[in-house]
Design a protein around this ligand. Structure first.
Ligand code: MN
Length: 203
C-alpha cells in the first residue's frame, strides 16, 4: 500500500470522532477487478447526494445537491469532498447531531462501474483522471445505468467545483428523473424519513 493511498483518508479521519459517529473509520484497501460505486442520499444541513467511485482502495467522492440525472442536457453541480473508506459503500444510518455531516444517510443506488477515461487512446486510471479533472465511466447500478462524466470546472479556495452529466447513450432518458420517482434505499427499501423514525425509536 503506497503512502499516497495511506494519506488519502487523513482528511476523512480528521473530521470524525470514532467514539461518537456510527460511520465506518476504515483503512485504504487494495483494488479489485470490479470497481464499485455508491450514491448516498444525505439529509445534512442541506439535502444532497454523495456520489462515490471506488479507486485506489478508497472512495473518490462528490456532493451533488440535486442528485444525478438521466437526462444528458442536465448538468449537475458536484462539489468534490474528501476520500471515504470502502466500508462506506453500504453505510446507512444517522450521524449524530453535533458531528461532522450530522443527519440521516441511505444508500440511494449502488453497483459496479467501468472506467471509460482515455487520453491519447490510452486508459487513464480513475484516481489519476480525478486529479486531472475529468473522469468518464459506465455505471451498472439499479437506478443509474450507462455512461456518465464528471468534469472539474473550477476551484473556490480549497473547494473543487465539478459537473456531473449523463452521456447521451441508450441508457439516457430525459423523462425518468429517478431522484424523485425512486427515492428509497436500494438496500433496505427505506426512505430517509423512515430511517429517521427508526433511529429515534432506538434512542
Ligand atoms: Mn454528505
Amino acid at each position: 500500500m503506497s503512502d499516497k493511498t495511506e494519506s488519502s483518508l487523513q482528511r476523512y479521519h480528521a473530521k470524525r470522532n470514532a467514539d461518537r459517529t456510527p460511520e465506518p473509520m476504515g483503512k485504504p484497501q487494495r483494488g479489485e477487478d470490479k470497481q464499485r460505486f455508491v450514491v448516498q442520499k444525505h439529509a445534512a444541513t442541506t439535502l444532497h447526494y454523495d456520489f462515490r467511485l471506488e479507486a485506489d482502495g478508497v472512495l473518490k467522492s462528490w456532493a451533488v445537491p440535486k442528485g444525478p440525472s438521466t437526462d444528458p442536457r442536465e448538468k449537475r453541480l458536484a462539489m468534490r469532498t474528501e476520500d471515504h473508506p470502502l466500508e462506506y459503500l453500504d453505510f446507512e444510518g444517522a450521524i449524530p447531531r453535533g458531528e461532522y455531516g450530522a443527519g440521516k444517510v441511505i444508500v440511494w443506488d449502488t453497483g459496479t462501474y467501468r472506467n471509460l477515461t482515455e487520453r491519447r487512446g490510452k486508459e487513464v486510471p480513475v484516481a489519476e483522471a480525478v486529479e486531472r479533472g475529468h473522469v468518464k465511466f459506465w455505471l451498472e447500478g439499479e437506478k443509474l445505468r450507462g455512461g456518465y462524466a464528471l468534469t472539474r470546472t473550477g476551484r473556490d479556495g480549497e473547494k473543487e467545483r465539478w459537473i456531473l452529466v449523463k452521456v447521451a447513450d441508450d441508457e439516457a432518458d430525459a423523462r425518468r428523473n429517478p431522484v424523485s420517482s425512486q427515492p428509497a434505499s436500494v438496500l433496505t427499501g427505506l426512505t430517509l424519513e423512515a430511517v429517521g423514525e427508526e433511529t429515534s425509536d432506538q434512542s
